[in-house]
Write a protein that binds this ligand. Structure first.
Ligand SMILES: Cc1ncc(COP(=O)(O)O)c(C=O)c1O
Length: 370
């Protein structure tokens, strides 16, 4: 894939260190163009010329239902699907309707930072349950599930560890949820970017009708097709009462759907299969190269991410006070682990052309030289 110059395009990733020789490999978007089928659909929509207030049409849920059936073997009713202007908004909206103010939401850490904030935005408590490496600490999870526990916040596949939860793990979580009578918010942003050949993403709500009835699943085309700038996500709520409560919880803060986001999502989910099939081997090669590079360096380690395009790097052995700042000084812009609840870690985004990756890994080696 060729290098596209993203400087001076208002890119969050590339503007952060504007004018400085720091290669950005942090926030989770890819340095690749969106699929041609999406760009064609956007052009066709613009050619119509009128960009008025927009509603989410049934075709949105239908396109997602087709995608989930083809890619994940999950049969949903398109009527369960609502649109949202991004996954984080949907998380905040879900937090408002689950549990009572003051109740507990359980979150497995380290985690994509908005998970740590969503319960608090709605006056709920966020109870952090640290993973043991990249494994669920079942005893800690049981201890955390006190009488005030109401919601399990699940990130599946998991950002930042790149874990794809196995069927056995998800079934054990389902059992846990039923025993403690919890609702689940399952963020499946990374469902399509499973890179490890033996692993398969299993939508949590697909485990059983009982689980579906207590789960709010949030997905988006933003990671898979590199469309986060279009602010469009989907919320899947099989239970009618829960869906209605969610729909009423926008409190006038959530805007109308973004016309171009909906257009892009429908095109991607309807016709994006071949493009994604071409992307996955590229990401897998980058993953392997980054993993090998990190683990060849003294005192730095990472586990092979099973999914995502992110490598979670453990720098604790080096005892640097601020690893992200240290990488920055060597010209490499990584995500600081601390907002994820990962002190001593950094996160590297390897979704870029080969040349960019090679330069990033060169800078990584310079930084890690003793
Ligand atoms: C787990 C997870 N959920 C949600 C998001 C945000 O998605 P969006 O930009 O579509 O709201 C991200 C972005 O990196 C993510 O990693």
């Amino acid at each position: 894939m060729s290098v596209i110059d993203r400087r001076n395009t208002g890119s969050e990733k590339w503007e952060r260190w504007q004018g400085r020789d720091i290669l950005p490999m942090w926030v989770a978007d890819m340095d690749f163009a969106a699929p041609p089928c999406v760009l064609d659909a956007l052009r066709a929509r613009l050619d119509h010329g009128v960009l008025g207030y927009t509603r989410t049409m049934p075709t949105f849920g239908e396109a997602l239902a087709g995608w989930l059936r083809r890619r994940h073997g999950w049969a949903i009713d398109p009527g369960w699907v609502l649109s949202a202007p991004g996954m984080v908004v949907a998380m905040d909206q879900a937090a408002r309707i689950l549990g009572e103010p003051g109740s507990d939401g359980l979150v497995l850490t380290p985690i994509y930072p908005p998970f740590l904030r969503a319960p608090g935005h709605a006056g709920r408590r966020c109870v952090r349950v640290p993973l043991a490496g990249a494994e669920i600490d079942w005893e800690a999870l049981e201890r955390a599930a006190g009488p005030a526990a109401n919601v399990l916040w699940l990130c599946s596949p998991h950002n930042p560890t790149g874990r794809v939860w196995t069927r056995a793990e998800l079934e054990r979580l389902a059992n846990f949820v039923l025993r403690h009578d919890l609702h689940v918010v399952s963020d499946e942003a990374w469902m399509d970017l499973v890179l490890e050949p033996g692993c398969r993403h299993l939508p949590f709500a697909s485990l059983s009708p009982e689980i579906a009835a207590r789960t709010i699943t949030i997905v988006a085309p933003s990671k898979t097709f590199n469309l986060p700038g279009l602010s469009c996500a989907a919320v899947i709520i099989p239970d009618a009462a829960l869906r209605s409560a969610y729909g009423k919880a926008d409190l006038g803060l959530v805007p109308w759907p973004n016309l171009l986001g909906l257009t892009a999502a429908e095109a991607a989910w309807s016709r994006g299969d071949t493009w994604l099939d071409g992307l996955l081997p590229r990401l897998r090669a980058n993953r392997d190269a980054s993993h090998a590079a990190v683990n060849s360096l003294t005192g730095l380690t990472s586990r092979l991410p099973q999914a995502t395009y992110l490598t979670w790097i453990d720098c604790t052995e080096r005892a640097w006070p601020d690893p992200a700042a240290r990488f920055e000084q060597s010209g490499l812009g990584l995500s600081d682990g601390r907002p994820f609840d990962g002190d001593g870690f950094v996160r590297l985004n390897y979704a870029c052309p080969e040349e960019t990756l090679a330069e990033g890994l060169r800078r990584l080696r310079i930084c890690a030289a003793p």
